[in-house]
Write a protein that binds this ligand. Structure first.
Ligand code: ZN
Length: 174
């Protein structure tokens, strides 16, 4: 799958669960691919695509650790959840991905029929983003704290911020 499918899907899902987790979820969702680059540079030898950075067990262990042992503002869990999301998406493709460190073959889910960059990838990603956006929109600002779409005019009216603050922030959407 392409990086924008991973980032878009994980970002949209995170926005529904916890908007504050969006950046880290997107970073984690693209991590299995960019970690191959980073790892190759650090190790000095090429890490093959969809191998060590794409093992489900590693991401699941990381998620468990952040959920049960230690985390900083939920950032670790968001990052690991993004990695699991990446794995699930890649598992839908023909190539598949490894489940554990000892897997000698790759696993595919739902028949593994998707082709990376194919039409189905666009359709599925768009569908997830649209559904998540609808949920976030339907809940409205009262449904939760939305740091990325802060209601500056609303805050101004309710007297929480002064005019200067509102003027300097009113075109900020992020
Ligand atoms: Zn991947």
């Amino acid at each position: 799958m392409r990086w924008w499918s991973h980032a878009g899907t994980a970002g949209a899902l995170a926005a529904v669960v916890d908007p504050g987790a969006v950046p880290l979820a997107m970073l984690g969702a693209t991590a299995p691919d960019w970690l191959e680059w980073v790892g190759s540079a650090v190790a000095g030898r090429k890490i093959r695509h969809r191998t060590v950075t794409h093992v489900l067990t590693s991401w699941a262990v990381a998620a468990l650790f952040f959920a049960a042992v230690w985390d900083f503002r939920g950032y670790g869990l968001a990052f690991a959840a993004g990695g699991i999301c990446h794995w699930l998406q890649d598992s839908l493709t023909v190539t598949g991905v490894p489940v554990s460190w000892w897997s000698d073959r790759r696993t595919t889910l739902a028949g593994g029929r998707l082709r990376t960059g194919g039409v189905a990838e666009y359709v599925i990603t768009a569908a997830v983003v649209v559904v998540c956006a609808a949920v976030v929109w339907a809940r409205g600002p009262e449904g939760g704290y939305l740091p990325f779409f802060r209601d500056w005019p609303g805050l101004y009216r309710s007297g929480l911020v002064d005019g200067a603050e509102w003027r300097s922030h009113r075109f900020e959407f992020f």
